[in-house]
Design a protein around this ligand. Structure first.
Ligand code: WQD
Length: 339
C-alpha cells in the first residue's frame, strides 16, 4: 500500500517507516521538523535501502496537504504529527488543540478530497486518566487529566464520527502506553529536543554524562517500591502494531480503539536498575517530590490487540534498556553532533 506518514521523522514515526517498508509498503513523510530532523530520514533510507518520499510542512496547512495527497495518492494515512509534552500542554492549551485537534480535522478534510478512507491514529493511554480499575481495557472510562490527553480524546471522537459518516472509512485508534527503546541498529532512537520530560531518555542522558542525576518524582505512591509504575513498550513493538493495524483497517470499516502496551508494568527504580545493568554503571538519582498530574500506576490490558490485530509485544525490559543504551552511547548528542 501507499502510506502517508505524518510526523514520520519523529521517534515512533521513523521506527514505523522501517516496519512498513519491511512489509513492502511505499511510504511518504509529511513533517514540519518542529521536533525532528531530516537526518532521521537519511538514516531510514540507508537502513531500509529503500525510497522515502518526504515533504516539509504543517499538517494544518490545507494547500500543503492537497499537494501531498494529489502527488502521492495515499491508500492510507498513519497520523503521528502532533504535540506531546503534557506539561507544555497546560501552558499552551490553544496551541495543543490547534495542532492535535485542528491538524486531525485538516488531515481528514484533505483525505476526503482525494477519497482516502483509511487512517491509523497515534493516540495515548492518557485518555483514560486516573484508573477506576487496572489494567486499563478499552472500555475503561476516558477522563484525561491534561490538555494533551483531552486533545487526543477529542481527535479520537472526531475520527470516530468521521468513520461513521464516511462510507467504507476505517479509523484505528492506537492508545500507546510508554514507548521506550531504539532500533537494534542504534542508528535511530529517541532524541528529545530539550531537557527530556520522559523517564527513559532522561536516564540515558545521565548515563552518557549529559545530566548529573535523575530526579525520582515521588517515593510514596501506593506501589511496591513507592515509585510510579508504567507499562513500558519497546518502540519496535509499537511500530509493528501500526503495520498490524493497517492490515486490520483495510478489512474492517469503522472506528476502534486498541491499547498498545505489554500488560507488564515497571517502577522507576526497576527502570533505573535495568539501565544500570545494561550500561554497566550506576545511575545517580535524587529523591524529589511527586510531579503534578502523575498517576501512581498504569498498566495495559492489550488482549483486544492480540485477538483482533494478531499483535503482541515481544521485547522485554532488558532489550528496552539495552537498545536505549546502545543508541544513546553511539549518539551521545542524538542526531546533532553539535548539540
Ligand atoms: C514515567 C514515570 C514519572 C521523569 C507521558 C505521557 C504519555 C506518553 C509518555 C506521549 C512516572 C517518572 C519521569 C523523571 C521520574 N507521552 N519520572 N523522573 O508521564 O507516564 O507518560 O509520556 O504520548 O502520553 O503522559 O511518562 O516517562 O514522563 O514518566 O521519576 O525525570 O517516571 O513520575 O512515574 P508518563 P514519563
Amino acid at each position: 500500500m501507499r502510506v502517508l506518514v505524518t510526523g514520520g521523522a519523529g521517534y515512533i514515526g521513523s521506527h514505523t517507516l522501517l516496519e512498513l517498508m519491511a512489509q513492502g509498503h511505499e511510504v511518504c513523510v509529511l513533517d514540519d521538523y518542529s521536533n525532528a530532523t531530516p537526518e532521521v530520514l537519511n538514516r531510514v533510507r540507508v537502513l531500509s535501502n529503500g525510497t522515502v518520499a518526504d515533504y516539509t510542512g504543517d499538517v494544518r496547512d490545507p494547500e500543503m496537504l492537497d499537494q501531498v495527497m494529489q502527488i502521492f495518492r495515499p491508500d492510507a494515512v498513519i497520523h503521528f504529527a502532533g504535540l506531546k509534552a503534557v506539561g507544555e500542554s497546560e501552558a499552551k492549551p490553544l496551541l495543543y488543540y490547534d495542532v492535535n485537534v485542528g491538524g486531525t480535522l485538516a488531515l481528514l478534510r484533505a483525505m476526503d478530497r482525494v477519497g482516502c478512507r483509511t487512517i491509523i491514529f497515534s493516540s495515548s493511554a492518557t485518555v483514560y486518566g486516573e484508573p477506576v480499575y487496572l489494567p486499563y481495557d478499552e472500555a475503561h472510562p476516558t477522563a484525561p487529566m491534561s490538555v494533551y490527553g483531552q486533545s487526543k480524546l477529542m481527535a479520537e471522537n472526531i475520527l470516530t464520527s468521521w468513520a461513521k459518516a464516511t462510507q467504507g472509512a476505517a479509523a484505528v485508534l492506537l492508545r500507546y502506553f510508554n514507548p521506550v527503546g531504539a532500533h537494534h541498529s542504534s542508528k535511530i532512537g529517541e532524541d528529545p529536543k530539550d531537557i527530556p520530560n520522559n523517564l527513559m531518555p532522561y536516564i540515558a542522558q545521565v548515563a552518557v554524562g549529559k545530566r548529573p542525576a535523575l530526579s525520582v518524582f515521588g517515593d510514596d505512591y501506593d506501589t511496591p517500591d513507592g515509585t510510579g509504575l508504567r507499562d513500558y513498550i519497546h518502540v519496535v513493538d509499537l511500530a509493528r502494531a501500526h503495520v498490524a493495524a493497517l492490515d486490520y483497517a483495510t478489512k474492517t470499516p469503522g472506528a476502534r480503539p486498541f491499547n498498545i502496551g505489554t500488560g507488564q508494568s515497571y517502577s522507576v527504580r526497576d527502570m533505573v536498575a535495568a539501565f544500570e545493568s545494561a550500561c554497566g554503571q550506576k545511575i545517580a538519582t535524587i529523591q524529589a517530590e511527586r510531579r503534578a498530574g502523575d498517576i501512581a500506576a498504569m498498566q495495559a490490558d492489550a488482549s483486544r490487540a492480540a485477538a483482533e490485530l494478531g499483535w503482541r509485544a515481544e521485547h522485554g525490559l532488558n532489550d528496552m534498556a539495552a537498545s536505549t543504551w546502545a543508541w544513546q552511547s553511539a549518539n551521545p548528542n542524538g542526531y546533532d553532533p553539535q548539540k
